[in-house]
Design a protein around this ligand. Sequence first.
Ligand SMILES: [Zn+2]
Ligand SMILES: [Zn+2]
Length: 372
Amino acid sequence: MTTQARAAILRGVHEPFEITDVTLDDPRPDEVLVRITAAGVCGTDLGVQAGHIPFPLPGVLGHEGAGVVEAVGSGVTSVVPGDQVLLSFSSCGVCRNCRMGHPAYCTDFLDLNLIGGQRMDGSATITKDGLGVHGHFFAQSSFANYVLADARGVTKVDPEADLSLLAPLGCGIQTGAGAVLNVLRPEPGSTLAVFGAGPVGLAAVMAAALSGSTRIVVMDLVDSRLELARELGATDVVNSGSTDALQALFELTNGDGVTHALETTGSTRVAATAADALAPLGKLGLIGAPAAGSTMELDVNFMLNGRQVIGITEGDATPQLFLPALVELVQQGRFPLQKMITRYGFNEINDAAAAAKAGEVLKPVLHFEDLH
Ligand SMILES: [Zn+2]
Ligand SMILES: [Zn+2]
């Protein structure tokens, strides 16, 4: 039983998304067919469209899907038809890193989620007029009203949860919140500096507000974003266009430097500034992805006082553990995700992408009601 779906195909770099009919393959034993109700638009989708991130085209992007399970493969026991689910990245489950509880560092991460555009065995999950279309983007390709997702990327959530609000948890929000709660883990009394007040940075701020950090400092170039950062829990904000961020951070910490820093912009210059802002024993998390092969300068002697630089993908989260926790925090009103979301119809996907690119909206979420 193949499934007919409406999908937004990206035919090439710098092209618009084009909504068209496609056919989905039957679910394999480890796959789940999901009827999508909402999908977030993440920087990685826009990065592929802009040609910064390699993904074979024509293809179907989208990797913050949310919806209802329609059918499951013969080997799937984690969800059943009718379950509400959030979709996130996939992993192999058997490599050393997966077994150690770090599926975002799966040795097959790139092949399973990003560069292949197909299943690991080379087969296509999506076809159009009998020809394969690249899909399997983060093992979902959720810019479509039905998707085939790897069961390892599927997380069952509260049947009452509002998926149109929660879809972005699967990538961007998990990334920022997980960097703070799973990796940096700021101790009571710590000072966290967040570089960049985009959706990932602001998710980090909301997470830090749940920690014992007594000072959460956010740097960005856009005042409206800094204002929102304050609303979400930042204690101090710095417009790094008009103020020297490094100097400001040392002034705010009486010359000590910060105990924790998070770089979300992808700028190697900002990353170097963030490293320079660390106090002894300070930890810098790098999330932003600059172009492949980028390097940053570090003063080795400065780093010898126990300072650490840690690269972080997907918040080092195990989605099935972390996403339900975030859902509960949102429902309790302790993680006010709704303040950064703008809703669009699926057929407005190009408007959503343009607005995100222009910085007019923080986190567009597409909704699919009209298509079901
Ligand atoms: Zn693995
Ligand atoms: Zn993403």
